[in-house]
Design a protein around this ligand. Sequence first.
Ligand code: PMP
Length: 430
Amino acid sequence: MGTQTSKQAFEEAQELIPGGVNSPVRAFKSVGGTPIFITEGEGAYLKDVDGNKYVDYVQSWGPLIFGHRDESIESAVIEAVKHGLSFGAPTQAETELAKLVVGLFDSIDKVRFVSSGTEAVMSAIRLARGFTNRDDIVKFTGCYHGHSDSLLVEAGSGAATFGSPSSPGVPADFTKHTLLAEYNNIESVKKCFADSDNIACVIIEPIAGNMGLVPADKEFLHELRKLCDEHGTLLIFDEVMSGFRATLRGAESITGVTPDIVTLGKVIGGGMPVGAFGARAEIMAQLSPEGPVYQAGTLSGNPVAMAAGYAALSKLKQNGRVIDVLNTRAVRLVEGMRDAAAECGVTMQIDTRGSMFGFFFNENPVKNFNDATKTDAELFAKFHAGMLKEGYYFACSLYETGFISTAVTDEMIEDTIAASKKVLKEITNG
Ligand code: PMP
């Protein structure tokens, strides 16, 4: 299985595009090696420029829950394109997608569409600040909320401190209102509230997917809700990744904790660039043009993207059990991989939520980012390279989540488990 053409393509791209990629994680940096350049996707598979075929467990980092080239999404997009790519004026397609989202999320009365998850979260934070008339925000170490300035804050050591920027180019002044807490640790959140009486919102991935898959404990979320209520602080669930992936009706439907604002992305666009944020009417009324909190976008509510999102969400809604079926496959996959690892003397921590799966080469369960960093990175890199050679495309970073699409069959899952056994044996014997 050669990858010579990908190597050449990467070299050429590096001449013109920083690092050869338009989003850093794609560069295979944390696993070494060269990224695979893709020509097309078909169902469960990705095909690369060298003619190799891979079972795709990345699914464009989440959006493609029905796999590549899903017929109903593809035809909805083609139909929409025939009417024009963008109008910068309202269309009924936006209202139709809004109806679906509002119908699925109890916490959402009104929703606004944007073009990425980053934009959704950035806007939600502004809305929370505008609504509460406060400046500080709390985020959790290891949660990723896109790359807007105030959310690019270095992971702390669990102590609640005012954060410092994790990227050059972000002035310290811009992050001085961002407090850090430790995931699943309510005491660290209490410390934030002790440090500041100016907290507009607490933002959390209720099912974290950016430190590997680390779902928040239910009890922790309930306590978080209580703390927010006591302090008049809004609770934001960032479900850009977990929305429509972990469950159809949001984390609120499986945890019993209702957030004030929800951010969405990925699946909601069916593979097109879409993000969204929604809340109860009273909060959304603060948003321009109804209210004073400014937010806008040339391509927001783009008709082609709305058509793709509508096709994806309506198909999910009609097939209510899809996410459960995918979970059965996800559970089988990670349990099979864990057993294969155990045969080779390797301990794996595994978890799933709906169509999301995660695994760590860790001795102990993972509850927060600090635990996640104990993953055996070298073993992961070898595993990733070995699986790629066998024709299985897993996320090229330790801290990502895997995704199962409806195009992945039970047989593919069994083959993946067999391949993982082979690869782990090779690694551990070598
Ligand atoms: N929030 C979460 C939870 C995410 O997982 C991501 C992207 N992985 C974002 C926000 C940012 O979304 P985007 O990459 O579309 O800007």
